[in-house]
Design a protein around this ligand. Structure first.
Ligand SMILES: Cc1cc2nc3c(=O)[nH]c(=O)nc-3n(C[C@H](O)[C@H](O)[C@H](O)COP(=O)(O)OP(=O)(O)OC[C@H]3O[C@@H](n4cnc5c(N)ncnc54)[C@H](O)[C@@H]3O)c2cc1C
Length: 452
């Protein structure tokens, strides 16, 4: 039995691990990875002599997938929680507290925005429930259109965009309500009479559980344990170029004949791979765009008087190049214990890939200058690392849920083929883990049945 997993990011590695669990040691599980290393956009580098995540650095800890996976792999002692500090928003040349009680920055009341937006906007938000709302059940629009119309542009630029920029490297104009905020779309479908009412209905129940988790030594610890447990045959620096049906099983170029295949590549690559075998899935996947970002991780002298916040998000339209700073030493107690103060500066939003073309020196200089602007401090890194993520995140644009439904409907009848990845049911690591597990279950069911 030979199974190919194309794409060695977290989605593909989890699929390989679950396949190993289900099908045992005899099965030849091959992970085909175009890049020189496994992990995809999860990557732990070294800064000031210690591990530092240069891609994802956290996960939503209220979802079970990553925590359960860590427990299975014997990594419980790696689980760390943030200190619970709030971020700031840099808007109109000043730092403000990030509004509380919002759904991805969309407020549940006007008061939470006081100080961040002007009086006219506060009045518009307060009066919104009285303005009739027109919403066709099942409709989808971009987040910007909906929020700007109901609450005004300042709410979009200073509260919503900074948060969406963090999750999708997108802006509200490139993100659809239905896929990115399904609970909000559902509340609107149910007939909420205002956006305020819909947002309040869509807010998650209050919980004392910490929202986020992370790994003490970075995601590299999870990748290493996962790879060891999956024990796949790993082929790096070789790209999958085509997936085609064979009389019994599938052909994966350049690997050859396999019994089953998990395609765990980014959406545009998946579209190319499935172009001939599953044209309907390929066409839908080709409609999913990617955004790019770059990251500068800096080690500063330990006594740098950074604000006592988890980060500083930058509002749309500010004359800065960075879109966000994670004050890692403030955010994570385990990083606060180090000999240096750690900060990650992020660049790039959907539609503006230009920071990826800057030299390392220019990116570091921009990170230093912008961090100095937002903190008022002299910033003198003792070391910095630049990491670029071209096409690192899929955009959940309006119509995304329909595209995903079309991909899954087209793949569903095909025995021995499964897809996984960040473009399906959420970009966060827990959602990717879930797609990898689901893909493995599907394949194990199919090949198990064939063996029987
Ligand atoms: C900068 C950044 C910060 C993030 N921060 C967080 C965070 O804090 N928390 C969180 O939950 N999520 C975060 N995310 C999102 C999350 O990290 C990703 O969505 C997730 O890791 C994607 O995993 P994946 O396996 O689906 O895709 P990828 O990691 O993109 O893996 C796909 C793999 O396929 C390979 N590949 C491509 N083409 C081919 C081919 N033809 N043949 C073979 N292999 C191929 C690629 O090289 C890659 O290794 C962040 C993302 C980025 C970019």
């Amino acid at each position: 039995m030979r199974i190919a997993v194309i794409g060695g990011g977290i989605s593909g590695l989890v699929a390989a691990y679950r396949l190993r669990q289900r099908l045992g040691a005899e099965t030849d599980i091959v992970v085909l990875e175009q890049g020189p290393r496994l992990g995809g956009v999860l990557h732990t580098g070294e800064l000031a002599g210690e591990p530092m995540d240069l891609g994802a650095e956290a996960f939503v800890g209220r979802r079970p997938e990553v925590i359960e996976l860590m427990a299975e792999l014997g990594l419980d002692d790696q689980l760390v929680r943030p200190a619970g500090k709030r971020p700031l928003v840099w808007a109109q040349g000043a730092a403000h507290p990030l509004p509380g009680r919002t759904l991805m920055g969309i407020p549940t009341d006007a008061e939470s925005l006081r100080g961040l937006v002007d009086e006219a906007t506060l009045a518009q938000v307060a009066a919104e429930p009285e303005r009739p709302l027109r919403w066709e059940p099942g409709a989808d629009v971009d987040v910007q259109s909906l929020v700007a119309d109901r609450f005004g542009r300042q709410v979009v630029e200073r509260s919503v965009d900074p948060l969406l920029g963090g999750v999708y490297a997108g802006i509200s104009a490139s993100i659809g309500v239905r896929a990115a905020l399904p609970a909000l779309a559902a509340a609107l479908d149910r007939g909420a009479t205002s956006l305020t009412e819909a947002v309040r209905a869509a807010m998650p129940a209050p919980s004392t559980e910490p929202v986020f988790g992370g790994l003490r030594d970075g995601y590299g610890a999870l990748l290493a344990a996962l790879t060891e447990a999956a024990a796949p045959r790993v082929i790096t620096t070789v790209a999958g170029t085509r997936v085609a049906r064979a009389p019994r099983g599938w052909v994966v170029d350049p690997l050859g004949l396999v019994d089953a295949v998990v395609v765990a590549t980014p959406a545009p690559v998946t579209a190319r791979l499935l172009h001939h075998a599953v044209p309907a899935a390929a066409e839908a996947a080709a409609g999913i765009a990617l955004s790019s970002s770059a990251l500068v991780a800096m080690a500063l002298p330990r006594d740098t008087a950074l604000p006592d916040n988890s980060g500083i998000l930058v509002a749309t339209g500010e004359p800065l190049r960075a879109k966000a700073f994670t004050l890692s030493s403030r955010k994570w107690p385990h990083l606060a214990a180090r000999d240096v103060a750690l900060v990650r500066a992020s660049f790039g939003r959907f539609g503006d890939d230009s920071p990826l073309t800057w030299s390392d020196d220019d990116l570091v200089a921009a990170a230093v200058a912008d961090l100095s602007t937002v903190t008022g401090l002299a910033i003198t890194p003792v070391q910095s690392i630049v990491q670029r993520w071209p096409g690192g995140l899929p955009q959940y644009a309006p119509g995304h849920a329909d595209r995903v439904a079309a991909i899954e409907a087209a793949v569903e009848p095909l025995d021995g083929l499964a897809v996984a990845g960040a473009y399906l049911h959420g970009v966060g690591v827990p959602a990717c883990v879930a797609t990898g597990t689901a893909a493995a279950e599907r394949i194990a069911g199919a090949v198990g049945a064939r063996v029987d």
